[in-house]
Structures are given as C-alpha cells and as structure tokens.
Write a new protein. Structure first.
Length: 451
C-alpha cells in the first residue's frame, strides 16, 4: 500500500495566556490528551498551520478553528460544517481545557525517548506510559506506508494513539521507521526488514518499561498487516492487532480496489473486467520500477482511453500510473519509488505459522485495502483452529473512519467507527473482546463467545 499524500504540517503557535492566538509562542502548548470532568478523554493534536484536531475515545472528532475572541470553534469530522462545539484553553502551564462547556485537565504521561539498533541501523523511538508503577499492557505501534516521522509533534496528526492508549491504561512504544524522522537508514517497503525493525523495537520497549511490562504485542494499520505477523513469528509477544490490513499481496490489493470501486459506481461485470485489464497494465509498470510495461499500457490507453468508465479506474495505486501522460514521465518516477516493494509477497504462510492471538479490524468500504478476500482468509484460519478474532465494520473506510458521500462521489470523513479505539485497548489488555463495539460484526475463535 502506498501513501501519495505528503504532510507538511506547521502548528499555529499559542500564547502563554488563556485562549489568545499569536505567533512566536510554544507550538506544543495545548497539545496532549485531557480527561474531562465527565470522565471522557479528548486528544488535541495539530492538523495544519491554522487548525487543531480533537478526537474523543468514543471515535468522535472535529477540526478546531481559532477565533478572534480566543475561542476555538469546531467543525464536524473533516467537513466544513459547524458542530456547535467551542473549545478554550487555559494558560499553558495550567493545562486546562473547556470542551463543549465541560472542563478538563491535561493528563501527565511518562515519556522516555530512546534509540536502538536494527541491522546496525540506529532508530529513534519513544515509550509513553500511564503514570504509576503498576504493570500495564504495552503496544508497539507499527507503521503504514507513510514516510512521515512518527515522533515529531506534527506526527500527532496520525500517531494519536501514543496519547489515547496510555490515557486509557495501555503503554505505547513508537518509533521513526528507517529512513524517516530521526532514524537512520533508507526508507523501504521490504517487509522482512521492517519486521526485524519491529522486533528490535519490541526488545527496546521491554528494556525501557522493565518491571512494568504486562502483556506486550504489536498494533499497526495498513502495510503493518504484512509486517506485524512476520515480527510476531520472530519474537515473543502476547497479541497482534491489525487495523485495515491485508492478507493478500500488493497486486491483488490493487485489483480488489478497482473491482470494488467500479462495482459501487454501478458498472456491470463486463466493464469491470476491462477496468481490471487496464489496472493490470498500470500495476505492471509500477512493479517494474517504472522500467518496462509501457507498450501494454499504451495499448490499454488506445483501446479504452475514450471509454466513459476509463476515468473511474482508480485502485490503490493504478490511478497514479494512469495519471502520467508519457513513458518519459513514468520513467522519471523511478528514483522516487526505489522502495524494494514486495509486490508478490504472500502473507498466508506467516499467518498460518502464528500461534499468538490476533485481532483483525477491517472496513467494508475500504478502497485502499479492500477487505472481502482478507476477511475470507482470516475466517479460514479461524476454521483451522488458529486464535484469530475478526471485527468487521461494514461502513468504515481506510483508517476505520465513517464518511459522507458528496454529490460528485467523493468521500468526506466524519468520525472514527464507534468502539474502534476501545476494541484496541480491550484486546491489548485482555486478549479478547467483551460486549459490543458499535456496529462491528465480531467473529471470535471457536469456544469463545462472540460479543
């Protein structure tokens, strides 16, 4: 899976006086997670140069816009529609918030910065723990395909679990993947090497947490679905949690994405078959590192380029190839994608070899990591007696968010699936799920009651 969006976030600085916005103050002044007077948790993270994002543990979220009166006004999810929530902050040192009329206090967490080595490459990591001395479960967060740092303040936009889970009693170890942020080495999508990095990260997490280590395991989304099971087979862990990941290979992923998108747009099977033919040509160019396959791609463009459905061929990455208008422009991309991608990596042997309990959380509307075949394969492993749990959110897309569909067919995310964050916490803590988690359809191992 690939991430073609690059985040260049800068946080609007906040003054060291209550609710006044200006330049030159401490940029992380109000970032962090707060416990409100009603017991709810709300995380505040940077979104872009002008706005912040809040997330509640129940999955609700919104974008905060600064106002001239020092009051931040929220819009619903990722929409521009006001949701009526107003937020204000105290002076930086006080760490207080008023969220929708409910006061709260920023939670103190124990944070330990660290470095560790994997294959002689120095990686930078961070352990974030609930305060105290008691043993707690610990999650080692694994990456998707992004190239952004996990440790910078701006990473709170995507690595918000580093606050949300510790606030809910689960420690987190996260790190900059090789070739990103403070970590040395070269960025790669070689899953076996990334799995070795994950094993080294888990070893460092154990060392840092010492006697506080309770249950420990991996959690990751997207590409981590290929990496985490490999890492679990190479280390001693208590659980694996995969969010919106895949049990198929990279080529199959893109093909499934094209099929799902075209079907939901109402195209008949004969058109979908042609779209898959086009996608296959685009995938072959990407797989060749943009060195070959141009003749077949040109043939597909000549054959179908004027068809009304051609513009709707997207997939996870086929669209990126189809957007380029010449062989020269495609060849010029090769240096940018020298990632050692394992296009035909088969994840099933690693999954069959895993004996550790795994939770797979999938979305029925995921275009980037289509879930139908992965869901079928996870259920087949369960039928063979392996300790897998499958949670399926029928209306969730990649990132486990729900969405609205605009008139032009584009999606606008509105919130995270209800129960999603609680599900991660519970499985890390207990190794199983209890009760209901929003509209998730949960399939549990034989002999274990479904929620």
């Amino acid at each position: 899976m690939y991430c073609f969006v690059r985040y260049g976030l800068t946080l609007c600085a906040l003054a060291a006086v209550p609710s006044i916005v200006c330049a030159g103050a401490t940029p992380d002044c109000h970032l962090g997670i707060y416990r409100l007077a009603d017991g709810a948790l709300v995380d505040i993270a940077p979104e872009d140069e002008d706005t912040l994002r809040w997330r509640r543990f129940d999955g609700a979220t919104g974008r905060l816009h600064p106002g001239a009166d020092g009051i931040w006004k929220s819009t619903h999810g990722w929409t521009d529609r006001a949701d009526g929530i107003a937020v204000s902050f105290s002076a930086c040192g006080a760490g207080q918030i008023s969220f929708g009329g409910v006061t709260g206090q920023r939670m103190a967490l124990d944070v330990h910065e660290a470095t560790f080595k994997s294959h002689a490459t120095l990686l930078a990591g961070r352990l974030v723990m609930p305060q105290g001395r008691e043993r707690v479960p610990i999650v080692v967060l694994l990456h998707g395909s992004e190239q952004a740092s996990a440790l910078s303040d701006y990473s709170l936009h995507t690595y918000f679990l580093q606050h949300m889970l510790p606030a809910a009693g689960v420690g987190v170890f996260l790190y900059d993947k090789r070739g990103t942020g403070k970590s040395a080495g070269h960025y790669t999508q070689e899953y076996s090497l990334l799995a070795d990095d994950a094993v080294a990260a888990l070893r460092k997490a154990r060392q840092l947490a010492g006697p506080r280590v309770g249950r420990i395991g991996y959690q990751g989304g997207s590409q981590a679905g290929w990496v985490a099971p490999l890492a679990a087979n190479r280390s001693s862990v208590d659980f694996v949690i995969v969010s919106f990941g895949l049990a198929v290979n990279v080529i199959e992923e893109d093909q499934e994405g094209v099929e799902l998108q075209m079907r939901e747009k109402g195209y008949p099977p004969e058109v979908i078959a042609k779209a898959l033919e086009v996608a296959s040509a685009a995938e072959a160019v990407f797989e060749s590192d943009f060195k070959s396959g141009f003749g077949k791609l040109d043939e597909m463009r000549a054959k179908y380029g004027s068809a009304p459905w051609y513009k709707d061929v997207h997939g996870d990455y086929a669209f990126f190839v189809l957007q380029q208008d010449s062989e020269a422009s495609l060849r010029a991309l090769a240096p940018q994608f020298d990632w050692h991608i394992s296009f035909h990596y088969d994840p099933m042997p690693a999954l069959r070899a895993d004996k550790v309990p795994q939770l797979w959380i999938l979305g029925g509307e995921d275009y980037e990591a289509p879930s139908a075949e992965t869901s079928r394969r996870i259920k087949s492993l369960m039928a063979d007696g392996l300790p897998f749990t499958l949670a399926y959110y029928p209306a969730a897309e990649h990132g486990m968010t729900l969405f609205e569909t605009a008139a032009d067919g584009s999606r606008i995310s509105t919130r995270y699936a209800s129960g999603y964050f609680r599900m991660i916490r519970d499985f890390a803590r207990d190794g199983k799920l209890e009760g209901s988690y929003g509209d998730a359809e949960v399939t549990t191992p034989a002999g274990q009651n479904s929620p």
